[in-house]
Design a protein around this ligand. Structure first.
Ligand SMILES: *Cc1c(COP(=O)(O)O)cnc(C)c1O
Length: 427
């Protein structure tokens, strides 16, 4: 193995490494198929006897290089891109759960994840118990059952901004002999490396900071390679017993630490097909090159904006883990000392009505269903992303009805604050 570079260097130099005379920049392999000289060679690829490309639904070089870069950033052993963050969450769980199984999930996860696990996957026969991430171990232990197969949470919850006590959750999951899967979208591997704290599998919506420019929807799954499936073969038969749909291959035997991602690729991607387009992977790679610079600026700006809002008389409350007054300040310092993310939530003394009035007055910050890109934007989760939830579910998800989610961009922070100021002055 070569020298282990710092993250800033990995973002620029890893993944595609051109050989003599090859393009300097990662090419877009805009091809569905790949040509072979002999039929036998192609057969070996189908048998997973040799690694190589044959059809883009399974693997594409552009995607592979980008996945390799994210894998290195997270410090994992294998990774795959998916068409969206939702697909990444779905595959990450479905790869080890089937009808009759059970998942334990933090209540504060992203709305889409909440729906996926509690509604859609329920229809597939997979049950989910929702837990308060701040509950103590005794409480959390009660959520587990015989058929529990994994725990799912977010390093920083979108939009509740709850910072996960990662070590607590890793210990919890492992004491029940199941892996901890964590969505690291908001913190990004620049601010937090969940594997260092015992997380087994990381997912991302690359749509957010990684792409960073609101250009392409995408997702990624990274495996740490640390969870030993073979210790619990009866719990994870899909990984530890022969796969009839793949000529009786046993993933853990044949692929060792890459078993989980290989199974997700050769089984789930083959059959369900949520591949990221190479074009989007190319854009994602461009975004990744500047990720450390942007994340640093997002965090700097968000800190300033949070401090400004906290001191404003019309603001009822501000939630940002970088504020000393924040409930999660200590956890944030422990797990993400360089910063958390660029997203802030706050409420106004005028409540729900004042929130929508103020949002309408903003000139620079746009109302969009997005977070975590270069441009400052706002959203009212109760009437937008979390619209399907009732008040009780909103409360559990840590989303107050008056909550404004402000995604602080990388513009000059003076302009962002002036925009907020003029809008606040008008309500
Ligand atoms: C946006 C988001 C998702 C879903 O990702 P898509 O790319 O929109 O499918 C999942 N988790 C978190 C934390 C998100 O912010």
């Amino acid at each position: 193995m070569g020298k282990q570079y710092e993250k800033e260097t990995i973002c620029i130099q890893s993944g595609w490494k051109p050989k003599n005379g090859e393009p300097r920049v990662l090419p877009i392999y805009q091809s569905t198929t790949f040509k072979y000289d002999s039929s036998e060679q192609m057969g070996k690829l189908f048998d997973l006897e040799e690694s190589g490309f044959f059809y883009t639904r399974l693997q594409n070089p552009t995607n592979e290089y980008v996945a390799a870069k994210i894998c290195e950033l997270e410090g994992g052993v294998a990774a795959m891109l998916t068409s969206s963050g939702q697909a990444a969450t779905y595959y990450a769980v479905f790869n080890i759960c089937e009808a009759g199984d059970h998942v334990v999930m933090s209540s504060t996860v992203y709305g889409g994840t909440f729906n996926l696990l509690t509604c859609t996957m329920k229809k597939m026969g997979i049950e989910c118990t929702v837990v308060d991430p701040d509950a103590n171990i005794d409480e959390l232990n009660k959520a587990f059952k015989e058929n529990t197969k994994c725990v799912f949470a977010e390093t920083i919850a979108n939009p509740a901004l709850v910072v996960l006590d990662i070590e607590k959750f890793a210990k919890l999951a492992h004491s029940h002999q199941v892996p901890l899967i964590v969505d690291n979208t908001f913190a990004t591997p620049i601010n937090c490396n969940p594997f260092e704290w015992g997380v087994d599998i990381v997912t991302h919506s690359t749509t957010k900071y990684m792409d960073g420019h609101a250009m392409s929807v995408g997702g990624c799954i990274v495996d740490s390679g640390n969870f030993d499936w073979t210790k619990y073969p009866e719990k994870f038969p899909g990984l530890c017993t022969p796969d009839e749909s793949y000529h009786g291959i046993t993933y853990t035997e044949k692929f060792g630490k890459a078993a989980y991602i290989t199974k997700a690729t050769s089984q789930l991607m083959r059959d369900l097909g949520s591949i990221q387009s190479p074009q989007n992977a190319f854009l994602l790679n461009v975004g990744l090159e500047t990720l450390p610079l942007r994340v640093e600026r997002h965090c700097y700006n968000a800190q300033k904006v949070a401090e400004y809002l906290e001191s404003h008389e019309k603001v009822a409350w501000v939630n940002y883990p970088g504020l000393k007054s924040n409930k999660y300040y200590e956890l944030a310092q422990k797990y993400m000392p360089k910063g958390t993310c660029g997203v802030i939530s706050f409420g106004l003394k005028g409540g729900r009505k004042a929130a929508s009035d103020m949002m309408d007055k903003l000139k620079l910050a746009a109302i969009v269903t997005h977070v975590a890109d270069a441009r400052t934007c706002v959203l009212h989760p109760a009437s937008h992303t979390h619209r399907q939830m009732n008040d009780e579910q909103l409360k559990e998800a840590g989303v107050a009805p008056d909550l404004i989610r402000l995604s602080v961009g990388i513009e000059n922070v003076k302009d962002i604050i002036e925009d907020l100021e003029q809008a606040l002055n008008q309500i």
